[in-house]
Design a protein. Structure first.
Length: 116
């Protein structure tokens, strides 16, 4: 059974940092493209960042470019999202997703609140 478990969310002040983790079980993460999405209250889910399985190419939404960094630790079967210079508009539930062909798996999400 495949599971993706996110952690690391919480309440942080504007300008602060958080590091989200996505740990996989039941699949080998480095074989999958991994993406982070987020959904703010009353808004649609949007893609934030992704990392390819083949060559580790990284992608970022314009809204987070220069502030967020995605990375893998294959030995720990984990993908991270380092979030710096957080803004109130980054407040959302963050989800990781793993994709390989027609196979797609989602985590349950971790909540990030950026507020003073």
């Amino acid at each position: 059974q495949v599971q993706l478990v996110e952690s690391g969310g919480g309440l942080v002040q504007p300008g602060g940092s958080l590091r989200l983790s996505c740990v996989a079980s039941g699949l080998t993460m480095d074989a999958y493209a991994i993406a982070w999405f987020r959904q703010a209250p009353g808004k649609e889910r949007e893609g934030v960042s992704a990392i390819s399985s083949s060559d580790g190419t990284k992608y970022y939404a314009n809204s987070v470019k220069g502030r967020f960094t995605i990375s893998r630790d294959n030995a720990k079967n984990t993908v991270f999202l380092q979030m710096n210079s957080l803004k109130p508009e980054d407040t959302a539930v963050y989800y990781c997703a793993a994709g390989l062909g027609f196979r797609n798996y989602w985590g349950q999400g971790t909540e990030v609140t950026v507020s003073s």
